[in-house]
Design a binder for this molecule. Structure first.
Ligand code: GUN
Length: 281
């Protein structure tokens, strides 16, 4: 029997409705939750992503501002804008769209954001909060993946999860979130020897490498839950993930599609973080 699909669009829609309700309650108390996005340069993908983030926000009643700057903006000017937004009580969430132009130090820029407004969850303090179990913002993509497992009622206790990918914004935080749910976690990456031997042991596989066909049907234990974080193009120019969807869906128990899987969930979790930033302010 082919895998059951975990529908990211439908789940993200539910989450947006919950955000809308909580936003209305905040507004009734005189608080307008507000997200401020800083976009530097003309990266085409970033322009699309930030437009979507603004549209999602306004649809759910959050105020969203997209502040655009030319690619040659000095780093000091961006840091000054962040300092001003940090001090502005009307702004609850600050998001600096990545990648930044090459003359900027992305770490320095992210660390300039007040942790209480770090709705991307990229600040060292947010990473530390996740690591230690203290309150803080969790990065949106892995948090969205966890919500997808929650949505199918997946009990992670004692299960073996394999995360493929070790980025600071997906692989590493994903592994910590799964650990926090009492899963046993293996982090693999593009240099892992005998990757298939690892994935064949897994009850849950999260693929977050950014390369097509990282996970094929022969690498998946029957019934496993497969979460595909990848966003790639196939030879025909069509959007695809890291997972060989048609093959793996014949073996897996659950699978997320691309598009319509993790992507919409990432966007939904940004709204949740922004709302929570406003609720905590
Ligand atoms: N660029 C691609 N994805 C993201 C994201 O989730 N946050 C930010 N700030 N930049 C990105």
């Amino acid at each position: 029997m082919p895998a059951q699909l975990i529908d990211g669009n439908a789940l993200a829609h539910q989450i947006r409705q919950q955000v809308q309700g909580r936003t209305a309650a905040l507004k009734a108390r005189g608080v307008q939750p507000a997200l401020h996005i800083l976009l530097v340069g003309e990266d085409p993908a970033s322009q699309v992503y930030t437009r979507h983030k603004v549209a999602d926000s306004t649809e759910t009643g959050l105020a969203a501002t997209l502040e655009r700057h030319p690619a040659d903006l000095p780093e000091a000017a961006l840091l000054a804008r962040i300092a001003a937004l940090n001090a502005d009580p009307a702004v609850h969430g600050i998001l600096v769209q990545l990648p930044l132009p090459a003359h900027m130090n992305a770490h320095k820029v992210i660390e300039a954001i007040a942790p209480a407004k770090d709705v991307d969850g990229f600040h060292v303090q947010s990473a530390g909060a996740l690591m230690t179990g203290l309150p803080g913002f969790w990065p949106c993509t892995p948090h969205g993946c966890l919500k997808m497992l929650d949505a199918i009622g997946y009990d992670l206790r004692g299960k073996h999860a394999v995360v493929i990918g070790r980025s600071n914004i997906v692989g590493k935080p994903m592994a910590l979130m799964l650990l926090q749910r009492d899963a046993t976690v293996t982090i693999c990456h593009s240099r892992t020897a005998h990757l298939k031997a690892q994935t064949l042991q897994a009850d849950v596989i999260v693929a977050a490498v950014g390369k097509r066909n990282v996970l094929t049907a022969d690498m998946v234990k029957p019934g496993a839950a497969v979460i595909d974080v990848g966003m790639n193009r196939n030879d025909a120019g069509k959007l695809c993930g890291d997972v060989d969807f048609d093959g793996v869906r014949q073996v897996a128990g659950w699978i997320t599609p691309v598009p319509g899987g993790v992507g919409p969930m990432t966007r939904a979790m940004l709204l949740v973080n922004t709302l929570e930033a406003a609720e905590r302010a």
